[in-house]
Design a protein around this ligand. Structure first.
Ligand SMILES: C[S@@+](CC[C@H](N)C(=O)[O-])C[C@H]1O[C@@H](n2cnc3c(N)ncnc32)[C@H](O)[C@@H]1O
Length: 228
């Protein structure tokens, strides 16, 4: 199993999500699952990370090959700043573009990405803790922190309302999406929803971190993909 290590991550805990066990799990799962493709001299991928935070995950993928281009999105402009710095620190700014937007809203072209990755705000929370404003209004500490972890009932707000409805549209055929989930998110239900949308899914990596049982789900499009 490949362990992702990047040493020069830029973050401040009051400005963006601090790289944590879930971050490392996602980076490890992606680098492990894509190991063969990444080794190939023909590797030429366009990837997107939804909710890039410090930029740890997208930078660790970009470092794998000069032929990978990664677009990183976040609603938090401070996360965008830190991601840019993390990419600069690792000398891969040319491979990492950053877009301040909600989910995938900035992209109009369908079937665009070979790889999508997301470590969503997955903690089940009360509705009032959910961050609902626009990127431009992410100006205070509470918004930044809430946007990073608060996932609403079942902790699946971003997954259910943004990712699942759009995954099949945005993934290139044979594209793959990697999404972190917590046991309490009801992984089986997420997989059933994916199936109903014509997506195949599999748990590719699992890890325990303190009280959390985390996994990374991989979604792939099938030939009969439909958009609900
Ligand atoms: C759990 S943190 C993960 C950060 C980073 N990817 C990591 O693994 O360390 C979730 C990130 O998603 C961002 N986020 C929350 N809602 C979002 C949305 N609707 N669109 C884009 N980013 C979002 C948060 O600002 C935060 O940076």
């Amino acid at each position: 199993m490949a362990l992702s290590r990047i040493a020069l991550t830029s973050y401040r805990a009051d400005e963006c999500y601090e790289p944590s066990d879930d971050t490392f799990l996602l980076a490890d799962a992606i680098n492990d699952d894509l190991a063969d493709a990444l080794k190939s001299e023909y590797c030429n991928m366009l990837a997107v990370e939804v909710g890039c935070g410090s930029g740890y995950v997208c930078t660790s993928l970009a470092l794998n090959s000069p032929h990978i281009q990664v677009v990183a999105t976040d609603v938090n402009h401070l996360a965008a700043k830190h991601t840019a710095q993390t990419a600069r620190n690792h000398k891969c700014s040319n491979n990492v573009d950053i877009v301040l937007c909600n989910g995938l809203d900035a992209f109009r072209t369908r079937r665009l990405f070979d790889v999508l990755m997301c470590n969503p705000p997955y903690v089940p929370t009360e509705d009032e803790e959910i961050y609902t404003t626009t990127p431009e209004t992410t100006t205070n500490h509470n918004s930044v922190i809430n946007a990073a972890f608060a996932g609403g009932e079942k902790g699946r707000l971003l997954v259910d309302s943004v990712l699942m409805p759009q995954l099949a549209d945005y993934l290139w055929k044979e594209g793959r999406a990697y999404v972190v989930a917590l046991h309490e998110n009801d992984v089986g239900e997420i997989q059933q929803d994916a199936k109903a949308r014509g997506l195949e899914s599999q748990v590719v990596m699992e890890r325990r971190a303190d009280m959390e049982r985390l996994c990374v789900l991989r979604f792939t499009t099938t030939t009969t993909t439909t958009t609900l």
